[in-house]
Design a protein around this ligand. Structure first.
Ligand code: NAD
Ligand code: MG
Length: 383
């Protein structure tokens, strides 16, 4: 049966999100190659319903029994409707899934990603939080089950592409580019007054609200440093961040001979999503191209650690290891949610995270269960 199949079956976790909807756009361009077999939409049932009508998946997952009941009524039994984390863990293991796209936001992505690895699925990973909180567990698991873990994050896709055909021991350093976010040039006094609406306006990318705030605080780059460390096995001291406001160079790798490779393209997540799906091949796309003569400039700056302390917090968390990265991640999720509800100021975000990290008694080599406990405890303490 499996061998006669022409297309690859995809379980798209987080289909109603920014990465999820863009992934569906990519899938729609390759109807013979990919099929959206399972979709998951948490509590956005109206968008999920639209997606079901358009992509005809076999099954979907929603957050609770009530939404599931409503959806089942509307669908008349044609599509299987599963519920909650259990539903997510169930679909990623199914035989009729070839690729799992892990595009939930936040800590919720961890367990389904682990289950997908254990079920030996090819994984396209957008959910960076999985590697932030449990990289030490995830990477050996990937090796043990011999699966492909392909980065979707644009910087990591860039590095991955720069490394094709290269030997790991010839890498000198990774240079992660950062847009710097909407507040790059603001003073501390100005930062103390920025609003949620201003923070949600990213200059180059349209993304989910959590990662957009993370980009404004530079925590996103911190999470990406940790993600890069685990994905590519590069020591922290050999990962550099450079601010590049135009987001044309998506990241670079410097080799031992001083040669540097960079991957460039317009800032459009559909490009790295498509590469993760078609790797090791490439497929023609109709996305706009970079036109160098009209690119007025490409500029580069040191990150401003003074005004954006989240980046340093992430370096500190990775250096300490153990359960500290999970504390940092949970405190960040809580702080961002509070900022989005107008309960704290922009500058309170790093303060809250730093406080949570200071208060925590670190534990080395945690198990997944211990990481889950630390995540829960941190949320409880800082809610
Ligand atoms: P988003 O908020 O737009 O979408 C998140 C998706 O996850 C939605 O479908 C939502 O319904 C679902 N979801 C949220 N919480 C859930 C929970 N507790 N249980 C089950 N489902 C849940 O987020 P996004 O911007 O698409 O980001 C997704 C991931 O990809 C994040 O880890 C982000 O850091 C990463 N990423 C995003 C971009 C981007 O351009 N958006 C770029 C690089 C990396
Ligand atoms: Mg990124």
């Amino acid at each position: 049966m499996q061998n006669n199949r022409v297309h690859k079956n995809i379980a798209l976790l987080g289909s109603t999100g920014s990465i999820g909807t863009q992934t569906l756009d990519v899938i729609a361009n390759f109807p013979k190659d990919f099929k959206a077999t399972y979709l998951t939409g948490n509590n956005n049932t109206s968008l999920l319903l639209e997606q079901i009508r358009r992509f005809q998946p076999k099954g979907v997952v929603v957050s609770n029994e009530k939404s599931a009941k409503e959806l089942r009524k509307q669908l008349g039994g044609k599509t299987e409707v599963l519920v909650g984390e259990e539903g997510l863990l169930e679909i990623v293991q199914r035989d009729d899934v070839d690729i799992v796209i892990s595009a939930l936001v936040g800590f919720a992505g961890l367990k389904p990603t682990i289950k997908a690895i254990e079920a030996k699925k090819k994984i396209a990973l957008a959910n960076k939080e999985t590697l932030v909180v449990a990289g030490e567990i995830i990477m050996p698991l990937v090796e043990k089950h011999r699966i492909d873990l392909l980065p979707v994050d644009s910087e990591h896709s860039a590095i991955f592409q720069c490394l094709v055909g290269e030997l790991p021991n010839k890498i000198e350093k990774i240079i992660l580019t950062a847009s710097g976010g909407p507040f790059r040039t603001k003073s501390k006094a100005e930062l103390s007054k920025v609003t949620r609406e201003q923070a949600l306006k990213h200059p180059n990318w349209t993304m989910g609200s959590k990662i957009t705030i993370d980009s404004a605080t530079l925590m996103n780059k911190g999470l990406e440093v940790i993600e890069a460390h685990w994905l590519f096995g590069i020591p922290l001291d050999n990962i550099e961040v450079v601010v590049h406001p135009q987001s044309i160079i998506h990241s670079m790798v410097e080799f031992v001979d001083g040669s540097i490779k960079a991957q460039l393209g317009i800032p459009d997540m559909k490009i790295p999503i498509q590469y993760a799906l078609t790797y090791p091949s490439r497929s023609r796309s109709i996305f706009p191209r970079v036109h160098f003569p009209t690119l007025s400039e490409m500029t580069f700056f040191e990150p401003d650690h003074e005004n954006f302390p989240c980046l340093q917090l992430a370096y500190d968390a990775l250096r300490e290891g153990g359960t500290i990265p999970a504390v940092m991640n949970a405190a960040n999720e809580v702080a961002v949610a509070k900022f989005l509800r107008d309960e704290i100021t922009f500058l309170d975000i790093p303060k809250m995270i730093s406080k949570a990290m200071e208060k925590h008694t670190n534990k080395a080599n945690p198990s997944v269960e211990e990481i889950v406990d630390v995540d829960r405890e941190t949320r409880r303490n800082f809610q």
